[in-house]
Design a protein around this ligand. Structure first.
Ligand code: BMA
Length: 820
C-alpha cells in the first residue's frame, strides 16, 4: 500500500533535526524517522543499549523530556496546510513557530492538525517536545478513580498501561526495558487542496455465480465546499467521478464488478493474486493491493465444546504459524528488508499464519503488504496486553479513535483474517490482588474497554471477524482458556511456566492453540554481539540480564537435566538449549496436528526477537535460524509424519497429516536405529490421507523397540513431499551414544557465492548442526545421519563472502554431552 502527494503540495520534514534536552546539557543531530536512544548512541553519549549490561546505564534517557527542532522554508504560505504525523511515540507537544498545534498521546494514531494559521512565508520552525512516558504514566495513574494494576513481572518501568504506547516498551519477559521515545513514521507538512483522502476502505461481495463486487468507499476531508475530481482504477478499469464536497467528511462509494475473479489464497493453498486499486485526486494518489477472498471463523458447537477454524474461500485451513513481536526494541531500526526476511523465513518454514501480538505495534503498511504477497494469514490483536486498563471516558474515547483509524487503515489487506480484542486481559484479572478482591469492578471495567474496541471495529468494518480476546473460550466467556481446551483459542503454557514435562502437551486437545512456547539461548554468534568471553557462562550477570523471564535460565537448565546429560561447555549449552526447545514445540505441534480437524491451528510463541536475548523465538535477533526453525520447517510441512506415543507409552502410532488441497498417498518405512548407527527395517505402510483429517498410518508396540534402540522413519508422499525423523522411547540422556565420527568437506561455489558442505558420519549422529559466524541460511540443518550416511548442505551467505570460506563449527548430540 502506498500514499503519495504531488510534490508541490508536500514539505517532507523527515531527515535531520536537532535533539536537545530541556536542561541544555545535550544538543545533537537526530534523523527522523528515528528514536532518541539511537541518536544518543550514534553521537557517543550513551553506549549501545543492547551490549552487556548497558540497559542499566541508559535508564536515565526515558526519565526526562526531549526536544526536537528544525526549520523549513515556505515560499507561499497561502491556502490550508496541515501536518501529517504517524508513529509519534507518544506523549508529545508539537509547536509551529512556537504556536502549539498538537498535543499527542497515542502512538497508534495518525495526527493531521491544521497549521495554516501558525505558518509564515519564508523560514518556519517546528518543535516536538517528547515528554517522558514514565512521568506521564505516573501522572495518569494518580488521576484514576481507582488503581489500575499492571504486570510488574513483565514491566520494570511502571504504569505503561496508562499510555497508548507499545506495552513491551516498559519491559517484557523478552524485552529490554528502556521506554523509547521518537517518531517512526511520517512527518510532513501538506497543503489541503479542495479535499484530501482520509481513507480507502473496501468490502468484497462474493456472488453465487462466482463473480465479485468490490465496494470501494473513499472518505474525503475538505475545509469548505468544492468539487473534487476522483479517479478510481482497478487494474485496467478506470472511472472518473466529480464529487461535491462540503466542510468536513464526504463519503463516496464506487463498485467494481469482477466477473471471473482470481482468488487470493493463504500460502500453500493457491496463488496470492493481488489486484491494484488506486484512488486519485488531482493532488494525491492512494494505492492498495486487493486480494479477493472470503473468510469465516467456524465456531460450530460439537461434543467437545465448539470448533475454532478459519475458512478461506470455502476451504478450512489449518493455521500453522508463530507469534510476531516488533522486529526491534527500538522500532525505528526495523525496516522493510529485514522484516521481509523474517516473514520469508516464516513462509520458508511452511507457515501460513502469523499473529501480531497485542503488546507491540499495529505494524507499518509494508508489513501487511508483505504478508499479502507471501500468503500469511494475519491474526491481528488490538494493542492491549497482560495488564488491566482504565475505562475512563477520555481513555475509551482515545481507544475508539485508535481502533477506527487502524481498522480503516488496514481494511483492504487480504492477509488480515481476524481482529482480536487483546492479549491475555481476561487472565490478567486473576493476576493482581486488587482485581482478585474486587473482580466485579475490574471485569466491568474490562468489558467497557473490550466493548469499545468491538463496537468501533464493527462500525468501521462490519464484515470483519471479531474475536474478543486471546485466549478466549468464546464470546462473553471469561473462563480459563489457559487450561480449558474444549472451545475457543488456547494459550497453553503449562510446560514452560508450570514446569511440566514435554509429554504434558499431549494432555490437552486444543481447538486452536494461539500461544505455547519454550525458551532457548540465542545462537552463539549473536551472544558474541553482547557478551565478552568472560561472560560466557549462563549464570554471569550479562547472561542473566539478557534473560528477562524470572527463573528462565533455571527452567532451561532444569529441563536439560530432565532429558539430556550435562553439556560439555558453554557453546554446547547454547546448542542443547536450542535442541530441547525444538523438541518441546515439536511434541506439541505433532500431537495437535494429529488431532485435525478437532484442532485447526498451532501458532507457537514466538517467531522473532526484539534484541539479543534468551527467549522463546525460533529466529534470532537479526534473523538467523535457531535449531528449532529447521525443525519447524519439518513439522509444519503440509504433509508430514509424526511418531506419537500412547498415553500408557505401550504403542507408538505414526500419524500422517495432509494440509494440501488434494488426497495424498504416503509410503512410510519405519526402522530400528541402533546406537552404532545401523538401520534395521521394521515396518512399512502405504497410506492415503485426505485433506480433512489426520490418519494413523501404522502403530508399533513399544516392546518391539529393544533397549538402546531408536525408532526412525522415512516417508515419501505422492505430491513429492517427504522427510525423515527419529523417536526416542525414554530420554536422550539414557542413550549410550557413541562418537559420530563426523567429517565435513567444504568447497566454495564461485558462481553464486554459496558454500557446499558434505557432512559424513561414521556412526549415529543426531541433530547435526553446522554454524558459522557469517550470517546466512543452510539448505538444511539439525538433521540426523546413520552410519556411513552423508548429507550435502548448501550455505547461502546473507552478503557476499568477503574473506573466503568461513570456518564452520559442527555440533551433534553425542559430542555436545561428551566429556572427552
Ligand atoms: C504470553 C505472551 C507474552 C509473553 C509470553 C511468554 O503470555 O502473551 O506476554 O511474553 O507469554 O511468557
Amino acid at each position: 500500500m502506498s500514499s503519495s502527494l504531488n510534490d508541490n503540495f508536500t514539505v517532507d520534514l523527515a531527515g535531520s533535526w536537532r535533539l536537545t534536552s530541556p536542561d541544555s546539557n545535550h544538543s545533537l543531530s537526530m534523523s527522523l524517522p528515528g528514536d532518541v536512544h539511537s541518536a544518543l548512541h550514534a553521537d557517543g553519549l550513551i553506549p549501545d543499549p543492547y551490549f552487556a549490561r548497558n540497559e542499566e546505564v541508559v535508564q536515565w534517557v526515558a526519565k526526562q523530556d526531549w526536544e526536537l527542532t528544525r526549520s523549513f522554508v515556505l515560499d507561499d504560505v497561502g491556502g490550508d496546510w496541515y501536518l501529517d504525523i504517524d508513529y509519534l511515540d507518544t506523549v508529545a507537544s508539537v509547536y509551529v513557530n512556537d504556536a502549539l498545534v498538537l498535543e499527542a498521546n497515542n502512538c497508534f494514531q495518525r495526527y493531521r492538525p491544521d497549521v495554516s494559521k501558525a505558518l509564515k512565508t519564508g523560514e518556519n520552525s517546528i518543535r516536538i517536545v517528547l515528554h517522558s512516558s514514565i512521568a506521564a504514566g505516573a501522572a495518569l495513574q494518580a488521576k484514576q478513580p481507582f488503581y489500575i494494576p499492571y504486570s510488574t513481572g513483565n514491566s520494570p518501568i511502571p504504569n505503561g498501561n496508562m499510555l497508548r504506547k507499545p506495552q513491551c516498551h516498559f519491559g517484557w519477559d523478552w524485552n529490554i526495558a528502556i521506554a523509547p521515545l521518537g517518531l517512526y513514521g511520517t512527518i510532513a507538512l501538506k497543503k489541503l487542496e479542495i479535499a484530501r483522502i482520509e481513507n480507502v476502505v473496501t468490502q468484497q461481495i462474493h456472488n453465487d455465480d462466482g463473480s465479485v463486487d468490490l465496494k470501494v468507499t473513499v472518505e474525503l476531508f475538505a475545509k469548505g465546499t468544492g468539487i473534487a475530481q476522483l479517479y478510481f482504477s482497478l487494474d485496467d478499469e478506470q472511472v472518473r467521478l466529480d464529487v461535491g464536497v462540503n466542510a468536513g467528511e464526504t463519503s463516496i462509494t464506487h463498485f467494481f464488478h469482477i466477473d471471473k475473479p482470481r482468488l487470493w489464497w493463504p500460502a500453500g493453498n493457491g496463488e496470492q493474486v493481488l489486484y491494484a486499486l488506486s484512488v486519485e485526486t488531482n493532488f494525491e494518489t492512494v494505492t492498495r493491493h486487493i486480494g479477493l477472498r472470503t473468510v469465516e471463523l467456524i465456531t460450530a458447537e460439537d461434543e467437545a465444546g465448539s470448533r475454532f477454524a478459519l475458512k478461506v474461500n470455502g476451504r478450512e485451513i489449518f493455521a500453522r504459524g508463530a507469534n510476531w513481536i516488533p522486529a526491534d526494541a527500538l522500532f525505528s531500526r526495523s525496516n522493510p528488508a529485514a522484516t521481509e526476511d523474517l516473514l520469508q523465513s516464516a513462509v520458508d518454514a511452511n507457515m501460513n499464519a502469523i499473529r501480531v501480538w497485542g503488546g507491540g505495534f499495529y505494524e507499518h503498511d509494508w508489513f501487511y503488504d508483505t504478508c499479502d504477497r507471501l500468503g500469511l494469514m494475519v491474526w491481528q490483536d488490538f494493542m492491549f496486553a497482560c495488564n488491566l486498563y482504565p475505562s475512563t471516558g477520555d481513555f475509551l474515547e482515545n481507544v475508539e479513535e485508535e481502533v477506527d483509524y487502524q481498522v480503516r487503515r488496514l481494511a483492504t489487506h487480504p492477509s488480515i483474517v481476524l481482529w482480536c480484542g487483546d492479549n491475555e486481559l481476561v487472565g490478567a484479572l486473576t493476576w493482581f490482588e486488587e482485581s482478585r478482591k474486587d473482580r466485579d469492578r475490574y471485569l466491568v471495567s474490562y468489558d467497557r474497554l473490550n466493548r469499545t474496541i468491538e463496537t468501533a471495529m464493527k462500525k468501521a468494518l462490519p464484515d470483519a471477524i471479531w474475536w474478543p480476546s486471546s485466549p478466549a473460550s468464546g464470546y462473553l466467556n471469561f473462563g480459563d482458556a489457559w487450561h480449558a481446551d474444549g472451545s475457543g483459542d488456547m494459550h497453553y503454557w503449562s510446560v514452560w511456566h508450570e514446569n511440566k514435562s514435554f509429554d504434558n502437551y499431549r494432555s490437552v486437545r486444543p481447538r486452536f492453540c494461539s500461544e505455547f512456547g519454550f525458551q532457548s539461548y540465542t545462537s552463539l554468534p549473536v551472544i558474541k554481539t553482547y557478551a565478552e568471553a568472560k561472560d560466557m557462562n549462563i549464570a554471569s550477570p550479562v547472561m542473566e540480564l539478557h534473560q528477562k523471564n524470572a527463573g528462565g535460565n533455571e527452567r532451561i537448565a532444569g529441563t536439560m537435566f530432565r532429558y539430556f546429560r550435562f553439556p560439555k561447555d558453554f557453546p554446547n549449552f547454547v546448542y542443547l538449549s536450542q535442541v530441547q526447545q525444538g523438541l518441546a514445540i515439536k511434541t506439541a505441534v505433532e500431537y495437535w496436528r494429529s488431532l485435525k480437524p478437532h484442532c485447526m491451528g498451532t501458532i507457537y510463541w514466538q517467531l522473532n526477537d526484539t534484541w539479543p536475548v534468551a527467549s522463546w523465538s525460533s529466529l534470532d535477533y537479526g534473523g538467523r535460524w535457531k535449531v528449532m526453525h529447521y525443525l519447524v520447517r519439518r513439522f509444519f510441512q503440509p504433509v508430514s509424519v509424526a511418531a506419537i506415543p500412547s498415553e500408557d507409552s505401550k504403542t507408538i502410532r505414526f500419524s500422517l497429516v495432509n494440509d494440501t488441497n488434494a488426497d495424498v498417498t504416503a509410503d512410510i518405512s519405519v526402522s530400528l536405529l541402533k546406537l552404532n548407527g545401523e538401520r534395521v527395517p521394521l515396518s512399512t505402510a502405504h497410506t492415503v490421507c485426505t485433506p480433512d483429517a489426520a490418519v494413523t498410518a501404522l502403530s508399533i508396540d513399544a516392546d518391539q523397540v529393544p533397549a538402546g534402540c531408536l525408532l526412525a522413519w522415512r516417508f515419501t508422499a505422492s505430491n513429492g513431499m517427504g522427510g525423515d525423523g527419529h523417536y526416542v522411547h525414554g530420554t536422550y540422556k539414557a542413550l549410550e551414544l557413541q562418537p559420530a565420527g563426523l567429517t565435513v568437506l567444504n568447497e566454495e561455489k564461485e558462481e553464486n557465492g554459496t558454500v557446499e558442505l558434505t557432512v559424513t558420519a561414521k556412526g549415529l549422529a543426531l541433530f547435526v548442526m553446522i554454524e558459522t559466524e557469517v550470517e546466512g541460511r543452510y539448505s538444511d540443518n539439525a538433521f540426523d545421519l546413520a552410519a556411513g550416511e552423508s548429507r550435502r548442505i548448501v550455505f547461502t551467505p546473507a552478503k557476499p563472502l568477503a574473506g573466503g570460506v568461513p570456518e564452520f563449527r559442527i555440533y551433534d548430540l553425542q559430542s555436545s554431552q561428551s566429556v572427552d
